[in-house]
Ligand binder design. Structure first.
Ligand code: SAM
Length: 302
């Protein structure tokens, strides 16, 4: 937990934050509305004797009283999908409509791709891209298991993604769930911080800037881009937004998903960021009993 000490100036009730980071995560699933309604999924859980509770902010997120949600009948049927609560935020913020064309720039293993497809009633197009060929099999497995038919899978570096293979000039929306230093996943994976280095934070921040810039370029005027990480480091969050706001024609917009969160920070380590990065939201583990997360919503200008 020493790595997290650097965030003491940013986090209220730092002891409660550290204490939450040491606790395991609750077991959370998302109902896959391509195959089932929340009523059907919860009835199946009831029948199997698996307890569940609603999460107030979302109709489809449930906490289960089992540590192995993947072994339930509802999961075998593809009616539920194990997905950390904060991981369900970005697709809700992007809010794709049926028929839209959406780019999921860093998609494997597909939790958010399949959530986007469900929000779109499996209509339109989700281009689910990842540069790691090995992770694409999990992405394909999840899309098939959950009954998604509107997704096309691509294997490319998102920083120079080409639209040529598709019959379109630009996407309506893009989800940019980038690779990161994963500090916020320490509750799920207690060794997540073992290999943390500042060099890795700096190098992954360069990749994040390139991917977010390409997403803004590949999205139509007036379209929406959502940027997310599962880390606390401002170098990978607000600093990336600050860079892209300066380089591309876009602006940040406010959002509220109904979970407790804090605004983006405008100063860090002697650096000042564009004031508008306050519109991004930081989700800390002790506020909603979740993993740590960062999410920002951008509107593409002309
Ligand atoms: C946080 S994970 C994505 C999780 C996924 N969105 C989900 O919800 O299941 C980040 C992904 O980015 C991919 N990645 C890393 N660098 C990339 C790049 N330059 N272009 C595209 N994908 C990249 C990694 O292989 C990894 O699968």
């Amino acid at each position: 937990m020493e790595t997290l000490e650097r965030y003491e100036p940013l986090v209220d009730d730092f002891e409660a934050f550290l204490e939450a980071c040491r606790r395991p995560l609750p077991s959370v699933v998302r109902v896959n509305t391509i195959k089932a309604t929340p009523e059907r999924a919860t009835a199946a859980l009831d029948e199997e004797g698996v307890g569940w509770t609603d999460r107030e902010w979302s109709d489809t997120v449930l906490e289960l009283d089992t540590d192995s949600p993947g072994s339930t009948w509802a999961s075998y049927h593809g009616w539920i999908h194990g997905q950390e609560e904060v991981s369900a935020i970005p697709a809700e913020v992007l809010a794709p409509e049926p028929g839209e064309r959406v780019w999921d720039a860093c998609a494997a293993p597909g939790s958010k791709t399949t959530q986007l497809a469900a929000l779109m009633d499996d209509e339109g197009l989700v281009v689910a891209n990842d540069n790691n060929l090995g992770r694409l099999s999990a992405l394909r497995f999840n899309t098939e298991r959950l009954g998604v038919t509107n997704a096309a899978v691509t294997n490319a570096d998102a920083r120079n993604f080409s639209l040529k293979p598709f019959d379109l000039d630009a996407f309506d929306k893009a989800l940019v769930d980038v690779p990161c230093s994963c500090e916020g996943t320490v509750r799920k994976n207690p060794t997540a911080l073992d290999d943390w280095t500042m060099d890795h934070v700096r190098s992954v921040a360069g990749v994040q800037k390139g991917i977010l810039r390409r997403a803004v370029q590949a999205t139509r005027e007036g379209g929406t881009v959502v940027y997310s990480t599962c880390t606390f480091a401002p170098e990978e969050n607000e600093a990336v937004l600050d860079h892209v706001l300066a380089e591309e024609d876009c602006r940040l917009v406010e959002f509220d998903v109904g979970l407790d969160s804090r605004p983006g920070v405008t100063e860090w380590d002697g650096q000042e960021f564009d004031e508008s990065v306050r519109k991004a939201r930081r989700f800390y583990p002790h506020h909603n009993d979740t993993g740590g997360f960062f999410c920002a919503k951008l509107e593409v200008a002309g």
